[in-house]
Design a protein around this ligand. Structure first.
Ligand code: AHR
Length: 329
């Protein structure tokens, strides 16, 4: 009996230790939300706080959990896969009802997803996909079609240069290496512009979805690559950092170098309205309400669609001016 009690105490302490792992490694923090039916507990592992999009996404998830009466255990992985794996293991130990996460990169998830499956805890992918062949490892994937976003960026460019036969030199700021949005936005864009050889990507590098990296990489592009016509940045933040670099080099963003970005967060939309960006493909971060709805259903054992695609649009400079006053994020 005494042995059994000691074992239980030890198991409890271990769970506690995992729960409070150091904040530097993306420790799990627990926030209980009020209101409604609070029988569902969700463990949510967020990528980090790398961009305006991410901040808006976190707010959407936290507020929607509160509204839905779901208790949210929220963990920030600081853009590190190992932190996300640790957080998911901690959620399993805490026996949450459902795990949701936005995978920082696409590969390497099968072992931890199998652990969740063995523990009979359903998993929902939100925002980003994994490349697991075994799709039974998660119940559904809620988020944007990143390939389509890349295609929309390419289609705008093709239209913009339809009357020109000159070569168009493009530099590309990629998102986090190995992440679904970086892979897919690149592929979709390439598929569209690849049909015409006048479009050439003359330099491409990751800016890790951050403003600081976007600026740093663009500064290097400007030094190493003469005659840049177009910048394609996989998100607004990198585009905004690049604008600083372009202005620092004495060039006019939006005119000397045309700029296409993805997201349509407020700062990006402001730069678009100001003429510094030429076109933005929207990627909505407001996934919280749909996520909570799906979570309640999977916990009840109800069928959910395997894929839920977010509705999105695109913005020109004039459209940005109109949309800005009511933009939520
Ligand atoms: O996964 C969505 C992407 O991640 C957003 O486009 C980007 O801003 C974020 O960091």
């Amino acid at each position: 009996m005494l042995k059994r009690i000691s074992a239980l105490v030890l198991a409890g302490l271990t769970a506690l230790a995992v729960t409070s792992c150091g904040s530097g490694s993306g420790g799990t923090t627990s926030a209980s939300s009020g209101g409604g039916d609070s029988t569902v507990t969700m463990g949510f592992s967020q990528v980090g706080a790398e961009s305006g999009w991410r901040t808006a996404n976190t707010k959407s998830v936290q507020e929607s959990a509160k509204t839905a009466g779901i208790t949210l255990k929220f963990s920030d992985a600081q853009q590190k896969q190992e932190n996300q794996i640790k957080a998911i293991r901690s959620f399993i130990q805490q026996r949450v009802d459902v795990i949701a996460f936005s995978p920082v990169v696409e590969s390497g998830w099968d072992p931890v997803l199998k652990e969740a499956q063995n523990a009979k805890i359903p998993v929902i992918l939100t925002d980003r996909a994994v490349d697991s062949k075994d799709t039974t490892l998660y119940k559904t994937f809620l988020g944007s079609d990143f390939i389509e976003e890349g295609k929309k960026a390419g289609q705008w460019l093709v239209e913009e240069y339809k009357d020109s036969t000159d070569k168009v030199n493009i530099v590309e700021l990629q998102g986090t290496t190995g992440s679904a949005p970086a892979n897919d936005r690149k592929a979709g864009f390439q598929e569209v512009i690849g049909a015409d050889t006048k479009f050439q990507i003359v330099a491409t590098q990751t800016g890790d979805f951050t403003r600081a990296k976007g600026k740093e990489v663009m500064e290097a592009f400007l030094k190493s690559t003469p005659d840049i016509d177009v910048l394609y940045a996989h998100n607004d933040d990198m585009g905004l950092g690049a604008i600083e670099a372009i202005e620092g080099a004495g060039k006019v963003p939006g005119k000397d170098i045309k700029i296409i970005t993805v997201d349509a967060v407020k700062d990006g939309m402001q730069a678009l309205a100001d003429g510094k960006i030429n076109f933005i493909v929207e990627c909505s971060p407001l996934l919280g309400p749909q996520l909570m709805d799906l979570a309640k259903k999977v916990v009840k054992g109800e069928e959910v669609p395997a894929r839920v695609v977010t509705e999105e649009t695109t913005f020109t400079q004039d459209q940005a001016k109109q949309a800005l006053p009511s933009r939520q994020y």
